[in-house]
Design a binder for this molecule. Structure first.
Ligand code: VGL
Ligand code: ZN
Length: 203
């Protein structure tokens, strides 16, 4: 298929109208967690650099978290696909201890309804309204997992009219099927997400 992907810019300067959106950087998605994403811990130092840049500039920082009731429909016991993970108020649902979350970061809890699965940070959370109230036009997205919650959050952001920069060195995939992460990256880029690395962000 031919592509209309935007070329990857050499450097991007976060500025007024930009926000950092970190998806589900939670213990259960890290090595040793109940739904461990391979090398999921590697997003933490990359996101910490991004946090520093956004904080320094006074730009909004958002952290989404998977925040399930203990019998969520996505769990195997309830006929879903996943092991029990990110049960609200448990250790596994806490943000990675190494993540330098600013005190004024907005936390968005998602997939809180036992009967509804939700991979996107925009699904029934008010995130869209929150970003618009802060005049956000561009979102910089990283976190876990590339092929589920990052993919769905990015797709919704694009559908909602945000410009999306995908932080390629700050995402990792579950890869239930080999190549899922790569396919998700391609899909996001085809949809208009611009790949950049945290290294490419101008402080
Ligand atoms: C996720 C699987 C199940 C994610 C959440 O955050 O990508 N993946 N629940
Ligand atoms: Zn989940």
């Amino acid at each position: 298929m031919s592509t209309t992907e935007a070329p990857s810019p050499r450097s991007v300067t976060p500025q007024a109208g930009d926000a950092l959106v970190m998806v589900d950087v939670q213990n259960d998605f890290l090595p040793g967690g109940r739904l461990a994403v391979p090398n999921g811990d590697e997003v933490v130092p990359a996101l910490n650099r991004a946090i520093d840049i956004f904080r320094e500039k006074g730009l909004p920082v958002v952290a989404t978290r998977d925040w399930h009731p203990d019998r969520h429909c996505s769990f195997k016991e309830q006929g879903g696909t996943w092991p029990v993970h990110c049960v609200a108020d448990t250790e596994g649902a806490r943000f990675a201890p190494g993540l330098k979350l600013p005190p004024d970061a907005l936390t968005i809890s998602k997939a809180t309804d036992a009967a509804v699965d939700a991979y996107s940070g925009f699904q029934d959370t008010g995130l869209d309204r929150h970003l618009r109230e802060r005049s956000v036009k561009r979102v910089f997205v990283g976190g876990l997992a590339t092929d589920y919650c990052v993919l769905n959050t990015v797709n919704d952001a694009l559908d909602l009219g945000f410009q999306v920069f995908l932080l390629t060195d700050a995402v990792r995939a579950v890869d239930v099927k080999p190549g899922d992460g790569d396919r998700a990256m391609e899909e996001m880029k085809r949809g208009g997400a611009v790949p950049v690395t945290v290294e490419d962000l101008a402080p």
